[in-house]
Design a protein. Structure first.
Length: 83
């Protein structure tokens, strides 16, 4: 199972690179030895973007969302702090 391809090889064997992405996950493409691009299947992409959600949704889904918090402010006089 190959998942790193040199750019020239990826261009020459594009169908194979796509098939490998479908079967075995993301395929890395390098240019001059540097990881430059990533080919992923549409299903993998959908999984990635589906995980992104609004922060409000994150907090609503939290197991701690049912806990009641005391958000009232203290009526005590603040202490003097020497700076």
């Amino acid at each position: 199972m190959k998942n790193i391809w040199q750019l020239q090889e990826a261009k020459a064997k594009f169908s194979e690179v796509v098939n490998e992405a479908l079967r075995h996950g993301p395929q890395i493409i390098t240019k001059h030895g540097v990881e430059t691009a990533l080919l992923i299947s549409v299903n993998d992409y959908k999984k990635i973007i589906k995980k992104e959600s609004k922060i409000s949704q994150f907090f609503r889904n939290s197991p701690l969302s049912a806990i009641e918090l005391d958000l009232s402010r203290s009526k005590d006089i603040p202490k003097d702090i020497e700076l």
